[in-house]
Design a binder for this molecule. Structure first.
Ligand SMILES: [Zn+2]
Length: 402
């Protein structure tokens, strides 16, 4: 009888221990207050935030992990690669963790339906890996329902641009298990308005981009539910009418947030500053729009059916005299934004974490608060750059600088 009781007690103790989530603490400078803080993590979540902490953490900041809504690949791994392997995908995710990115939307651009279907099926396999899954809440489909006009289509191949088709999109969502959570399209594309309404009902966020929509078309798209403008000022012809162009109506409509590529090349600092002043901190979102070539040696590369040129700063598509994508990670855009606009560290991080989470309605991340997922970065600011010291995703350390 005695031994039965003992076994029962041991079992209960075991259950108690197994049920108790692991706890850990982070002590650093809070990115908003500039004061020491202790953040307690319990399992996957932040459980407590207390002011104060050790003095020797004075140069380490703690902030919510960065969220990149537009990234085409990294370190030579292209998310549209028709041979994308789960191993390669994980390698790119690990490289992004090193840069403080805790959540990102792998972005697939205009291609044939067959190729898009293949891309999303490969991405689904890659994201099934439990290590990377918490960082990938969905995908961004940029195109193919965009403007076929030169300049506005940017580096998207004209032959694959088509009118908005809900049937095609549904077929992609089927393969992607409804994980395409953001789509960039042109408001003037045939069928765009009813497409936007269907997206709204399905919970897919719609962004306007690579378009030459007029004021009325942009207005109607916002009315139908579009809530973002993709990399405003890019995906636009080099020469536009000073009165009637797609930029003013998007800049002046409070229903539209904007994403900007603050790499110093896609927009000059005056454009960044003007866009930021017009939209304000709450409606500005930083994206990298990095191509897989980011982090690679400069030179000519073949990407899909395009010959692109990687300079030390940016990727060009010489055939169309346009930029083909960026080479700077979002962490570089954060500090650029501070330099270009004079905004604070807290504001720049809001634009690269809190705002994208809010736009996408991800209520579990983008802030340091009790009950939020523990997606955190520890970093120092060195020579005006963010140097990531530690990255935590869902309570797990996924990168630590040696
Ligand atoms: Zn684009």
């Amino acid at each position: 009888m005695k031994s039965t009781k003992l076994i029962l007690l041991i079992m209960l103790l075991g259950i108690g221990l197994a049920g108790k989530a692991q706890t850990s603490k982070i002590q650093a400078i809070h990115y908003q207050t500039g004061k020491p803080v202790t953040v307690e993590i319990s399992g996957e979540q932040i459980s407590k935030i207390k002011p104060g902490g050790k003095a020797n953490v004075s140069n380490f900041y703690v902030a919510p992990g960065l969220i990149d809504l537009q990234i085409n690949g990294y370190m030579g791994i292209d998310y549209s690669d028709q041979n994308l392997s789960p191993e390669a995908f994980q390698k790119s995710a690990e490289a992004l963790w090193q840069l403080g990115v805790t959540t990102f939307l792998p972005t697939v651009i205009t291609a044939s339906q067959e190729s898009l279907l293949k891309s999303f099926s490969l991405l689904m396999v890659a994201c099934a890996n439990s290590k990377v899954a918490p960082s990938i809440p969905g995908f961004h489909l940029e195109g193919p329902f965009i403007s076929p006009e030169k300049g506005f289509r940017g580096a998207h191949l004209e032959k694959y641009i088509r009118k908005a088709s809900w049937n095609e999109f549904e077929a992609l969502q089927k393969v992607a298990n409804n994980k395409i959570s953001l789509i960039t399209l042109a408001p003037e594309a045939e069928g765009a308005l009813s497409f936007i309404k269907k997206c709204k009902n399905a919970g897919v966020i719609v962004s306007l981009g690579h378009h030459n929509g007029n004021a009325e078309q942009i207005e109607k798209a916002a009315e139908a539910g579009a809530s973002l403008s993709t990399h405003l000022g890019n995906g636009c012809a080099n020469l536009i009418d000073r009165h009637n162009n797609p930029i003013w109506p998007q800049l002046s409509d409070d229903r539209l947030s904007i994403s900007v590529i603050a790499d110093g090349f896609h927009l000059n600092r005056q454009e960044v500053r003007t866009f930021y002043k017009a939209k304000g901190i709450d409606r500005t979102i930083l994206v990298s729009d990095a191509l897989d070539l980011a982090g690679m040696p400069p030179g000519e590369y073949i990407r899909g059916e395009r010959k692109v040129l990687l300079t030390p700063d940016v990727v060009k598509f010489p055939e169309e005299n346009v930029l083909a994508g960026a080479a700077s990670p979002i962490s570089a855009c954060v500090t650029n934004m501070m330099r270009f606009t004079g905004c604070s560290l807290a504001e720049a991080i809001q634009m690269a974490s809190t705002n994208p989470a809010r736009l996408m309605k991800w209520t579990d991340r983008g802030e340091i608060a009790a009950g939020k997922r523990a997606d955190l970065i520890l970093f120092t600011l060195e020579n005006g750059k963010m140097v990531i010291q530690k990255t935590i995703v869902a309570g797990k350390v996924v990168y630590e600088k040696r």
